[in-house]
Design a protein around this ligand. Structure first.
Ligand code: ATP
Length: 209
């Protein structure tokens, strides 16, 4: 699972998903847009539109899935609930991984039921340029004893471990910067898939009103 706001999806998300799949030999990576992200303001674009952009971005990429399960749920989009639903599909012995960037990881202790996340899945933290702050105390306590050395050690069990990875193509791309560029009419070429750019421009998304 790679959850997020995807407001909009960009090559940092998509390339990370492809490289994660290779690094951990995952069957699939489910990219799951949050309907109502609990720890941030209202997304700029409606959930259905963010899902449509994600579908366009993924195209026919093998192993990547645009997963709409959070859109059907009422209330805040808690990752613990999403993992529980994936776990139900997978059964108790399947290996389930929740991936997140280092910026999101820094706030993990503030998430809803953070211990439950580890009961349901492994956490894999993807290194991201420009986010190298030290870990808060509550986070260090939460992850104590969970850290694994490598993918092999992590994947020996179905859940409960933590792995920090540095993927080959670290990209300093953020949706915040893309929204900023789009709102002022600047170019976003080569920061997101062409089909996503075309759809955004054709529908006037993220323009300053
Ligand atoms: P925003 O700038 O609006 O906060 P974002 O670019 O961080 O957006 P999100 O949709 O919030 O994108 O991110 C979903 C997940 O993908 C998060 O775990 C985030 O850390 C991770 N992620 C986002 N951009 C990158 C990137 N360039 N490299 C690696 N991981 C990323």
């Amino acid at each position: 699972m790679l959850g997020g706001t995807f407001d909009p999806v960009h090559l940092g998300h998509l390339r990370s998903a492809v490289e994660l799949r290779e690094a951990l030999a995952l069957d699939r990576v489910h990219l799951i847009p949050a309907k109502a992200p609990p720890l941030r303001g209202e997304p700029r674009v409606a959930p259905e539109e963010r899902l449509a952009l994600l579908r366009l971005g993924i195209g026919d990429t093998p192993g990547l899935v645009a997963d709409e399960r959070e859109l059907a749920r009422e209330g805040p989009s808690f990752s613990a609930d999403t993992l529980a639903s994936l776990r139900e599909e997978l059964g108790p012995d399947g290996r389930l991984v929740m991936a997140l960037g280092h910026d999101a990881f820094l706030r993990l202790a503030e998430w809803h039921q953070p211990q439950r996340l580890f009961a349901l899945a492994h956490l894999v933290v993807v290194d991201r340029p420009d986010y190298e702050a030290p870990l808060p105390v509550a986070l260090r306590e939460l992850i104590a004893g969970r850290e694994c050395e490598d993918a092999e050690e992590l994947m020996a069990r179905p859940a409960g471990g933590l792995l920090r990875v540095r993927l080959p193509s670290r990209m300093a791309i953020s949706a915040t910067e893309l929204r900023r560029r789009l709102s002022t009419g600047r170019s976003v070429r080569y920061l997101l898939p062409e089909a996503v750019e075309r759809h955004i421009l054709a529908h006037g998304l993220y323009r300053q009103d």
